[in-house]
Ligand binder design. Structure first.
Ligand SMILES: C[S@@+](CC[C@H](N)C(=O)[O-])C[C@H]1O[C@@H](n2cnc3c(N)ncnc32)[C@H](O)[C@@H]1O
Length: 282
């Protein structure tokens, strides 16, 4: 595996994914009962934006750097900005928190976070980051396997974030779909959030059609395109599929998408939010 998230940390896709992640965790905190966050593809948890990989691509400059100081009323973006400021108390932007760090910052004392990371060096860094946090457990290995070993959690509340690198494109879409299918079989009421890349639109249709057939009551699709989705070679945007989204999450994302599109987008940028399935009464 060649993928290293340090080259991409804080890019437009991370911003979008992490805004949604924090909104999901905030919604879970509306009830007192503790919950579990399972991050199946966790990365190293924390990225130094002045290090070579990030400097080489400059992706954070076109991503988080544009959103951090943006003026907005969207609560989901403000929550994300606050988390970023917490990681960069001197007011700059040197540290980008990955999904495990953002989740850990948002958890309460009795909530827990379980992270899976396949690459040994990334997993070592992640383990070191949480060495003194008893709420967080890091496992080196295949996060898809956690669908079998960890679901459903006790108590049955929480969220599974599935954020693979999609190095093998087609195969990874299949693996994410299989993981969701397995996860839903074991835990039909669980919240599952799946990130996916958008390059060329037509290559996505089959995946989204299969997702829409999953046996779940509600499936929300949110997409942020920073330019038209007509090239197979570039990451033109990304999407989040949220199975069993919490109440009012759609409204929070709807309020955030226009600002995110304005801050991150180039010519031809767009966004969409729609229900792939909608059965529950609101
Ligand atoms: C997109 S990055 C994760 C970023 C992270 N979720 C975040 O938002 O900060 C994907 C990570 O998944 C890891 N990975 C790839 N295949 C995996 C698997 N089957 N199980 C667990 N981790 C895997 C890669 O090493 C990489 O660090």
């Amino acid at each position: 595996m060649n993928y290293r998230h340090a080259f991409h940390a804080g890019n437009h896709a991370d911003v979008f994914k992490h805004v949604v992640l924090l909104a999901l965790i905030d919604a879970l905190k509306r009830k007192d009962t503790p919950f579990m966050v399972l991050d199946t593809h966790a990365g190293r948890g924390r990225y130094a934006l002045h290090d070579n990989p990030a400097r080489k691509t400059g992706e954070a400059d076109a991503g988080v750097a544009r959103v951090l100081g943006a003026k907005t009323d969207a609560i989901a973006i403000r929550r994300y900005q606050e988390a970023l400021r917490h990681c960069n108390p001197d007011g700059g932007l040197r540290i980008y928190p990955g999904s495990p760090m953002l989740a850990a910052m948002a958890l309460r004392d009795d909530d827990r976070l379980v992270c899976y990371e396949m690459q040994a060096d990334e997993a070592r860094a992640l383990t070191a980051l949480f060495a003194r946090d008893r709420r967080v457990h890091v496992q080196t290995g295949d996060g898809y396997a956690a669908m079998k070993s960890l679901l459903p959690p006790k108590p049955r509340r929480g969220l599974v974030l599935i954020d693979p690198p999609y190095e093998t494109q087609e195969a990874e879409f299949g693996a994410a779909l299989a993981a969701l299918t397995e996860g839903l079989q074991r835990w039909p009421q669980g919240i599952f959030a799946v990130w996916f890349p958008i390059k060329e639109r037509r290559s996505l249709q089959r995946f989204l059609r299969a997702i829409a057939k999953l046996p779940a009551q509600d499936i929300l699709l949110a997409e942020l395109l920073i330019r038209p989705d007509d090239s197979p070679l570039r990451l033109n945007g990304s999407g989040m599929l949220i199975v069993n989204p919490p109440w009012k999450l759609d409204a929070e994302i709807a309020a955030a998408l226009p600002s995110l599109t304005a801050e991150l987008g180039e010519a031809g940028a767009s966004h969409r939010l729609e229900w792939l399935r909608r059965e529950a009464t609101a």
